[in-house]
Design a protein around this ligand. Structure first.
Ligand SMILES: [Zn+2]
Length: 239
C-alpha cells in the first residue's frame, strides 16, 4: 500500500508494511519516504513526521548541496529557467585565447550563450560537469547582484537590516533567517523564478527580524510590506 500525503509543506511517500515501528528516510533525490505499521493511525504518522521536521529539512538541504551543481544541466539545447523566463543553452567556443581563457555566459533573448574553451565543448559528462560548475557560479553571481539591487529598499520598508546575506543550496526552503545574528540565507534556485519571488523571500526573512514565527502577526507584517505576497508565493509552487 503506497500513497503520498501532504504534511504541512512536506510531501511524504507513505508505505504500509508489516513492521513494528515507523521508519523515515530521505532518498538521494530529496524525497521523504515513510514506512509505517499497517494499523498505525494516520494522525500518529503525521505527528511523527512533524516532530522530525527540522531533521528532514536539514537532510534535504544536505542532499541539495551535494547535487546543486549537477541540478543545472549545461548541454547544448538544454532548457534553463532564469528569472522566470525559459532560455535555451547554446555552447559556443570562447573568443578568448590562451591559458587564461575562461567560461563566460551571456544572456540574450530566450538564449543563454555559454562561451567555453575548446576542451569543454564536448557532450561527454566531464566537459558538461565543468560547464555546470561554471554555470552554477554564474547563477550565484546573478542572484547576488539582484539581491544587492533589491535589498536596500526592502530593508528600508521593513525597518530592519540583515547582518549578512548568504546564498545557499537549499531544497526545502527558499530562505532562512537567524533571528539571533540577523544573518539571512537565500536559496540559489530562486534565480530560476520571477525576481518578484526573490523580493518576496527577502521581505519574508526580514520580517522574521521583527517576528520570528509564522503567526497572525507575521502575516499582517507581510500584508503590509508586500501585499501580493500570496500571489508571488504561488509562483514558487506555494512552498
Ligand atoms: Zn519564515
Amino acid at each position: 500500500m503506497e500513497e503520498t500525503i501532504a504534511i504541512g509543506t512536506l510531501s511524504v511517500h507513505l508505505t504500509r508494511k508489516r513492521i513494528r515501528n515507523i521508519n523515515l528516510r530521505i532518498r538521494p533525490d530529496g524525497t521523504v519516504h515513510v514506512s509505517a505499521p499497517l494499523k498505525t493511525p494516520r494522525s500518529t504518522i503525521m505527528a511523527f513526521v512533524e516532530s522530525r521536521r527540522a531533521w528532514i529539512e536539514k537532510s534535504q538541504d544536505k542532499v541539495a548541496r551535494q547535487s546543486s551543481v549537477m541540478a543545472v544541466s549545461c548541454k547544448d539545447g538544454d532548457t534553463l529557467w532564469l528569472w522566470g523566463r525559459e532560455h535555451t543553452v547554446r555552447i559556443l567556443p570562447t573568443h578568448q585565447t590562451g591559458g587564461r581563457a575562461k567560461t563566460s555566459f551571456e544572456c540574450r533573448e530566450g538564449e543563454l550563450l555559454a562561451y567555453v574553451r575548446e576542451r569543454d565543448m564536448g557532450d561527454d559528462e566531464e566537459s558538461a560537469a565543468r560547464r555546470c560548475r561554471a554555470l552554477d557560479l554564474w547563477l550565484r553571481m546573478q542572484l547576488s547582484e539582484r539581491i544587492t539591487a533589491l535589498l536596500p529598499h526592502c530593508e528600508e520598508v521593513v525597518g530592519r537590516r540583515a547582518s549578512a546575506i548568504r546564498i545557499k543550496a537549499m531544497r526545502s526552503r527558499w530562505g532562512s533567517c537567524n533571528t539571533k545574528t540577523g544573518a539571512i540565507s537565500i536559496a540559489v534556485r530562486l534565480v530560476h523564478f520571477d525576481p518578484r519571488c526573490l523580493e518576496m523571500v527577502l521581505y519574508h526573512e526580514l520580517c522574521h527580524l521583527i517576528e520570528p514565527n509564522h503567526g497572525a502577526r507575521f502575516h499582517a507584517l507581510m500584508d503590509g510590506f508586500c501585499p501580493d505576497w500570496h500571489e508571488r508565493n504561488a509562483l514558487l509552487g506555494g512552498r
